[in-house]
Design a binder for this molecule. Sequence first.
Ligand code: DGI
Ligand code: FE
Ligand code: FE
Ligand code: FE
Length: 187
Amino acid sequence: MKREEIVASVKEQMPERRWAHTLGVMETSVLLAERFGEDPVKAELAAILHDVCKYWRVDEQAAIIRDNGLPLDLLDYDKELWHAHAGAWIAKTRYGVEDEEVLDAIRYHTSGRAQMTGLDKVVCLADYMEPGRDFPHVHIIRQEAEHSLEKALLAGFDGTIRFLLDKGKRIYPLTLEARNGLILELD
Ligand code: DGI
Ligand code: FE
Ligand code: FE
Ligand code: FE
Protein backbone atom coordinates (compact mmCIF):
# COMPACT_ATOMS: atom_id res chain seq x y z
CA MET A 1 0.00 0.00 0.00
CA LYS A 2 1.22 3.52 -0.77
CA ARG A 3 2.29 5.91 1.99
CA GLU A 4 -0.69 8.24 1.49
CA GLU A 5 -3.19 5.39 1.63
CA ILE A 6 -1.62 4.07 4.82
CA VAL A 7 -1.67 7.55 6.37
CA ALA A 8 -5.37 8.04 5.54
CA SER A 9 -6.34 4.59 6.82
CA VAL A 10 -4.40 4.86 10.10
CA LYS A 11 -5.81 8.33 10.75
CA GLU A 12 -9.39 7.13 10.63
CA GLN A 13 -8.75 4.39 13.20
CA MET A 14 -7.93 6.74 16.06
CA PRO A 15 -9.23 9.86 17.81
CA GLU A 16 -7.84 13.21 16.69
CA ARG A 17 -5.44 13.64 19.63
CA ARG A 18 -3.88 10.23 18.99
CA TRP A 19 -3.46 11.15 15.33
CA ALA A 20 -1.72 14.38 16.44
CA HIS A 21 0.60 12.19 18.55
CA THR A 22 1.30 10.00 15.50
CA LEU A 23 2.18 13.09 13.42
CA GLY A 24 4.54 14.13 16.22
CA VAL A 25 6.19 10.70 16.28
CA MET A 26 6.57 10.81 12.47
CA GLU A 27 8.27 14.20 12.56
CA THR A 28 10.49 13.29 15.52
CA SER A 29 11.44 9.90 14.05
CA VAL A 30 12.68 11.56 10.85
CA LEU A 31 14.65 14.13 12.85
CA LEU A 32 16.25 11.49 15.10
CA ALA A 33 16.99 9.17 12.17
CA GLU A 34 18.83 11.97 10.42
CA ARG A 35 20.66 12.92 13.60
CA PHE A 36 21.79 9.37 14.41
CA GLY A 37 22.40 7.91 10.95
CA GLU A 38 19.29 5.77 10.51
CA ASP A 39 17.01 5.53 7.46
CA PRO A 40 14.42 8.35 7.76
CA VAL A 41 12.02 6.71 5.29
CA LYS A 42 11.88 3.49 7.30
CA ALA A 43 11.64 5.44 10.56
CA GLU A 44 8.70 7.45 9.26
CA LEU A 45 6.85 4.37 7.99
CA ALA A 46 7.23 2.66 11.37
CA ALA A 47 6.04 5.87 13.08
CA ILE A 48 2.92 6.12 10.88
CA LEU A 49 1.86 2.61 11.87
CA HIS A 50 3.25 2.33 15.41
CA ASP A 51 -0.08 2.94 17.21
CA VAL A 52 -2.43 1.66 14.49
CA CYS A 53 -4.11 -0.79 16.90
CA LYS A 54 -4.00 1.43 20.00
CA TYR A 55 -7.74 2.13 19.92
CA TRP A 56 -8.89 -1.26 18.77
CA ARG A 57 -10.90 -3.19 21.32
CA VAL A 58 -8.58 -5.07 23.67
CA ASP A 59 -10.24 -8.39 22.89
CA GLU A 60 -9.40 -7.81 19.20
CA GLN A 61 -5.80 -7.05 20.09
CA ALA A 62 -5.65 -10.19 22.24
CA ALA A 63 -7.19 -12.26 19.44
CA ILE A 64 -4.48 -11.13 16.99
CA ILE A 65 -1.84 -12.24 19.49
CA ARG A 66 -3.55 -15.55 20.24
CA ASP A 67 -4.46 -16.49 16.68
CA ASN A 68 -1.16 -15.72 14.99
CA GLY A 69 1.47 -17.22 17.24
CA LEU A 70 2.58 -13.90 18.75
CA PRO A 71 4.10 -14.11 22.26
CA LEU A 72 1.33 -15.39 24.54
CA ASP A 73 3.08 -14.16 27.69
CA LEU A 74 2.06 -10.62 26.63
CA LEU A 75 -1.47 -11.47 27.70
CA ASP A 76 -0.31 -11.84 31.32
CA TYR A 77 1.08 -8.28 31.32
CA ASP A 78 -0.40 -4.80 30.96
CA LYS A 79 -2.78 -4.37 28.01
CA GLU A 80 -0.76 -1.30 26.94
CA LEU A 81 1.85 -3.72 25.58
CA TRP A 82 -0.49 -5.51 23.19
CA HIS A 83 -1.02 -2.85 20.52
CA ALA A 84 2.65 -2.86 19.55
CA HIS A 85 2.79 -6.56 18.65
CA ALA A 86 -0.70 -6.54 17.15
CA GLY A 87 0.26 -3.41 15.21
CA ALA A 88 3.30 -5.05 13.62
CA TRP A 89 1.09 -7.95 12.55
CA ILE A 90 -1.48 -5.60 11.00
CA ALA A 91 1.28 -3.55 9.31
CA LYS A 92 2.45 -6.71 7.61
CA THR A 93 -0.82 -8.40 6.74
CA ARG A 94 -3.11 -5.42 6.08
CA TYR A 95 -0.74 -2.73 4.89
CA GLY A 96 1.77 -4.95 3.11
CA VAL A 97 4.85 -3.80 5.01
CA GLU A 98 7.53 -6.42 4.36
CA ASP A 99 10.60 -4.74 5.77
CA GLU A 100 11.46 -6.67 8.95
CA GLU A 101 13.37 -3.71 10.38
CA VAL A 102 10.27 -1.54 10.11
CA LEU A 103 8.07 -4.31 11.54
CA ASP A 104 10.47 -4.77 14.48
CA ALA A 105 10.47 -1.03 15.21
CA ILE A 106 6.65 -1.16 15.45
CA ARG A 107 6.66 -4.44 17.43
CA TYR A 108 9.11 -3.23 20.07
CA HIS A 109 8.15 0.45 20.29
CA THR A 110 6.49 0.00 23.70
CA SER A 111 8.52 -2.67 25.49
CA GLY A 112 11.88 -2.29 23.79
CA ARG A 113 14.01 -5.45 23.66
CA ALA A 114 17.54 -6.66 24.27
CA GLN A 115 19.98 -5.34 21.65
CA MET A 116 17.64 -2.83 20.06
CA THR A 117 18.50 -1.81 16.49
CA GLY A 118 19.12 1.83 15.67
CA LEU A 119 15.70 1.98 14.05
CA ASP A 120 14.01 0.43 17.13
CA LYS A 121 15.65 3.07 19.30
CA VAL A 122 14.69 5.98 17.05
CA VAL A 123 10.99 5.08 16.95
CA CYS A 124 10.78 4.21 20.65
CA LEU A 125 12.52 7.45 21.61
CA ALA A 126 10.39 9.53 19.23
CA ASP A 127 7.34 8.00 20.92
CA TYR A 128 8.64 9.24 24.29
CA MET A 129 9.62 12.76 23.24
CA GLU A 130 7.43 13.93 20.33
CA PRO A 131 6.40 17.58 20.81
CA GLY A 132 2.95 16.74 22.19
CA ARG A 133 4.33 14.66 25.07
CA ASP A 134 4.19 16.26 28.48
CA PHE A 135 5.30 14.30 31.54
CA PRO A 136 7.57 15.45 34.37
CA HIS A 137 10.97 14.27 33.07
CA VAL A 138 10.37 14.61 29.31
CA HIS A 139 12.75 17.61 29.23
CA ILE A 140 15.57 15.34 30.45
CA ILE A 141 14.86 12.88 27.64
CA ARG A 142 14.81 15.70 25.04
CA GLN A 143 18.04 17.11 26.43
CA GLU A 144 19.84 13.74 26.27
CA ALA A 145 18.50 13.19 22.75
CA GLU A 146 20.53 16.15 21.54
CA HIS A 147 23.64 13.96 21.71
CA SER A 148 22.89 10.35 22.69
CA LEU A 149 20.17 8.00 21.45
CA GLU A 150 21.08 5.49 24.16
CA LYS A 151 21.18 7.91 27.09
CA ALA A 152 17.88 9.46 26.06
CA LEU A 153 16.15 6.12 25.67
CA LEU A 154 17.58 4.91 28.98
CA ALA A 155 16.06 7.95 30.67
CA GLY A 156 12.76 7.02 29.01
CA PHE A 157 12.78 3.39 30.18
CA ASP A 158 13.91 4.40 33.67
CA GLY A 159 10.87 6.66 33.91
CA THR A 160 8.52 3.93 32.65
CA ILE A 161 9.96 1.34 35.05
CA ARG A 162 9.58 3.77 37.99
CA PHE A 163 6.00 4.46 36.91
CA LEU A 164 5.20 0.74 36.77
CA LEU A 165 6.84 0.15 40.17
CA ASP A 166 4.82 2.99 41.72
CA LYS A 167 1.62 1.52 40.30
CA GLY A 168 2.50 -1.95 41.58
CA LYS A 169 2.36 -3.32 38.05
CA ARG A 170 4.37 -6.15 36.54
CA ILE A 171 7.25 -5.20 34.25
CA TYR A 172 7.54 -7.05 30.96
CA PRO A 173 10.96 -8.77 30.83
CA LEU A 174 11.88 -7.21 27.46
CA THR A 175 11.75 -3.76 29.07
CA LEU A 176 14.29 -4.86 31.68
CA GLU A 177 16.41 -6.45 28.94
CA ALA A 178 16.21 -3.25 26.90
CA ARG A 179 17.39 -1.18 29.85
CA ASN A 180 20.20 -3.60 30.67
CA GLY A 181 21.27 -3.62 27.02
CA LEU A 182 21.42 0.17 26.83
CA ILE A 183 23.54 0.36 29.98
CA LEU A 184 25.96 -2.22 28.56
CA GLU A 185 26.21 -0.21 25.35
CA LEU A 186 26.93 2.95 27.33
CA ASP A 187 29.62 1.37 29.55
O1 DGI B 1 1.12 3.99 22.76
P1 DGI B 1 1.72 5.20 23.43
O2 DGI B 1 0.84 5.74 24.51
O3 DGI B 1 2.12 6.24 22.46
O4 DGI B 1 3.06 4.75 24.17
P2 DGI B 1 3.65 3.28 24.39
O5 DGI B 1 3.29 2.38 23.28
O6 DGI B 1 5.11 3.47 24.65
O7 DGI B 1 2.91 2.76 25.71
C1 DGI B 1 3.40 3.20 26.94
C2 DGI B 1 2.60 2.65 28.07
O8 DGI B 1 2.80 1.25 28.27
C3 DGI B 1 3.05 3.34 29.35
O9 DGI B 1 1.91 3.95 29.94
C4 DGI B 1 3.56 2.24 30.21
C5 DGI B 1 2.83 1.04 29.65
N1 DGI B 1 3.46 -0.25 29.99
C6 DGI B 1 2.84 -1.20 30.71
N2 DGI B 1 3.64 -2.23 30.94
C7 DGI B 1 4.83 -1.93 30.37
C8 DGI B 1 4.70 -0.67 29.75
N3 DGI B 1 5.72 -0.09 29.09
C9 DGI B 1 6.90 -0.78 29.05
N4 DGI B 1 7.95 -0.25 28.40
N5 DGI B 1 7.07 -2.01 29.65
C10 DGI B 1 6.07 -2.61 30.33
O10 DGI B 1 6.22 -3.71 30.87
FE1 FE C 1 2.28 2.83 21.41
FE1 FE D 1 7.02 4.11 24.04
FE1 FE E 1 2.80 6.17 20.43
